[in-house]
Write a protein that binds this ligand. Structure first.
Ligand code: ADP
Length: 541
């Protein structure tokens, strides 16, 4: 039995540890599997998002392509007609007249002479009253830009309109692009900051500004992309693929013939990082849960372990109790029998016979206390004890009990001193007597020869309580044992107590009796300085 217990405890430990470990492993694997699914879902989401963004980018790039028409060089001086001579000259009056002639016709370069005259006038004299007002110039300017933009010179422009006019900005830009197109007749990606790509086809030029690409990219949702341009489809522009969870490229222009470019874009947010964050959180939660479960289980196991240990101790104490009760019963019964036999045979001297009678009475009293204790203990244990609460004169009860114990005390030369005040209360007088007998029995049993035991009884009407105190000059009880002495079968293990007779149920019975009266029992003691047991009861239990 004793050998099976630790193994059953081991089984209990294993029964907790193994499921917990299994639970932990499953939880971990579950989290990983879940993370895998989330990762795949996230990746699909990102791929979709990248494809969608690439499409959007492509659309925007196409939208940002600017296309315009180029024109022949501006008309040159020296043409034959008189009107063209006016245009070449500086005769303001003639120029004004020509400007105001709707039928002036076209110059040899195909430009309207009326327009050219007006522009020439503005060009000749900035402060000329003939200069066109801004309002008047707008339709003319538009006409010029659409039909013959190359005739505009910067001087003319400055005079005609403020530099911020969008038409003019566009026009200036086109002039620059046309110039670039002249320098790069092949088109394609061209060096420079502003105009990245251009394509010439006949008198038309198409181009895309860097700024337009940046804007198109900037508009992509979330700003999670990195983008770079290459001439080759597989160049990575210095970015490591590992940085991107997904990437796409957008084709622009004639990439096959090296006249276009690829715009690569990579999605910067790596799903793994997102997942890892979520995973870490989940793992943290799972770990805390498992931790709490482990703590609770181990706590439970610890309690179980303690209970088992207590149970074992109790069993041991019970066995000891049975042994001591048998001994306690056998010894007095044997001596009573011997003395009774001797008395019956009539061979005992009168003095000795008197002593035998006294001893028989004493052993009988001890036996009756012992049997009473054992029986009451059993009754209380089984909940069969019936308490007879009735009003009783405690002063007489205590005095009578002390008188009964007197002979035992005298044997050890112990003085029983009474300090009794009159107290009447509702109580079970037999039980109170039994409690006092147990306390006195201990006090006499453990005190040295010739010492003093004081029994005090007093009532406190105001607080509705009465107290019974037994104070001795015995060996005392260590602090850490004081709470345990009221446990069933508990006996202190030191030499003196082991040599003293006892069963370990006396004080536990005292406690049960006091509690049945809704009272309390306390002990004040210090090793070597005696002990004081105080029972406190309500006046009306
Ligand atoms: P027992 O039959 O051993 O007296 P009790 O329940 O009455 O059992 O007491 C429990 C233990 O408490 C005793 O074994 C003893 O060690 C200790 N004890 C009780 N009363 C006293 C006392 N007056 N002085 C010293 N120790 C005491």
């Amino acid at each position: 039995m004793a050998r099976r217990r630790p193994s059953s405890l081991l089984v209990a430990w294993l029964a907790v540890v193994i499921p917990l470990l299994t639970l932990g492993v499953f939880a971990w694997r579950g989290i990983e599997a879940q993370a895998d699914v989330i990762r795949r879902e996230k990746q699909a989401e990102v791929d979709y998002e990248v494809k969608r963004s690439a499409k959007e980018l492509s659309r925007r790039l196409q939208e940002s392509v600017i296309e315009f028409k180029t024109f022949p060089d501006p008309p040159r001086p020296g043409s034959a007609s008189a009107e063209d001579a006016i245009l070449d000259g500086e005769d303001r009056e003639a120029l004004a007249a020509l400007r105001d002639r709707p039928d002036a016709g076209l110059s040899p370069s195909g430009l309207p002479r009326r327009v050219l005259a007006a522009l020439r006038l503005v060009d000749l004299d900035a402060s000329s009253p003939e200069s066109l007002s801004i309002e008047a110039s707008k339709p003319l300017l538009r006409l010029v830009m659409d039909e013959c933009p190359s005739v505009l010179t910067s001087v003319v422009i400055d005079k005609l309109l403020p530099a911020s006019e969008p038409e003019l900005t566009t026009w200036e830009e086109r002039m620059e692009v046309a110039e670039m197109a002249r320098r790069h007749p092949q088109g394609g990606l061209v060096p420079g900051d502003d105009y990245l790509w251009l394509e010439t086809a006949g008198d038309r030029i198409r181009y895309v500004r860097t700024e337009a690409i940046a804007r198109a990219l900037g508009d992509l949702r979330g700003g999670n992309y990195q983008a770079w341009l290459t001439k080759e489809p597989d160049q990575n522009g210095g970015s490591s693929d590992a940085m991107f969870s997904s990437s796409a490229k957008v084709e622009m222009g004639d990439v096959e013939n090296g006249r276009g470019f690829w715009l690569h874009m990579g999605f910067l947010v790596i799903p793994d990082l997102v997942i890892d964050g979520a995973l870490r959180n989940q793992k943290k939660w799972a770990a805390s849960l498992l931790g709490v479960a482990a703590l609770v289980s181990f706590g439970g196991l610890f309690m179980l372990h303690r209970t088992l240990r207590r149970e074992r101790q109790l069993n041991e104490m019970k066995s000891q109790f049975v042994a001591s009760v048998s001994h306690e019963l056998r010894a007095p019964v044997a001596s009573i029998r011997l003395m009774a036999d001797a008395l019956e045979a009539g061979k005992v001297a009168p003095e000795t016979a008197k002593e035998f009678h006294r001893l028989i009475a004493r052993e009988g009293a001890r036996l009756s206390t012992l049997v009473g204790n054992v029986l009451d203990h059993a009754r209380i244990e089984q909940g069969r004890k019936v308490w007879k609460m009735e009003s009783c004169d405690l002063t007489s009860l205590v005095a009578d009990t002390v008188r009964v114990m007197e002979p035992i005390a005298q044997e050890k030369g112990i003085t029983l001193k009474q300090e009794l005040s009159p107290v009447e209360a509702t109580a079970d007088d037999d039980a109170i007597q039994q409690a006092l007998v147990n306390l006195l029995d201990n006090a006499i049993k453990f005190s040295p020869q010739g010492s003093l035991v004081v029994i005090a009884l007093e009532a406190n009407e105001e607080r509705g309580r009465w107290c019974l105190t037994v104070r001795d000059e015995g060996p005392g009880i260590p602090k850490d044992e004081q709470s345990r002495i009221f446990e069933r079968f508990y006996r202190l293990g030191d030499e003196l107590r082991r040599e003293t007779q006892g069963t370990g149920i006396g004080l536990s019975l005292v406690k049960s009796i006091v509690e049945a009266h809704r009272g309390s029992v306390t002990v004040e003691s210090e090793p070597g300085r005696g002990s004081t047991f105080t029972l406190t009861f309500p006046l009306s239990a």
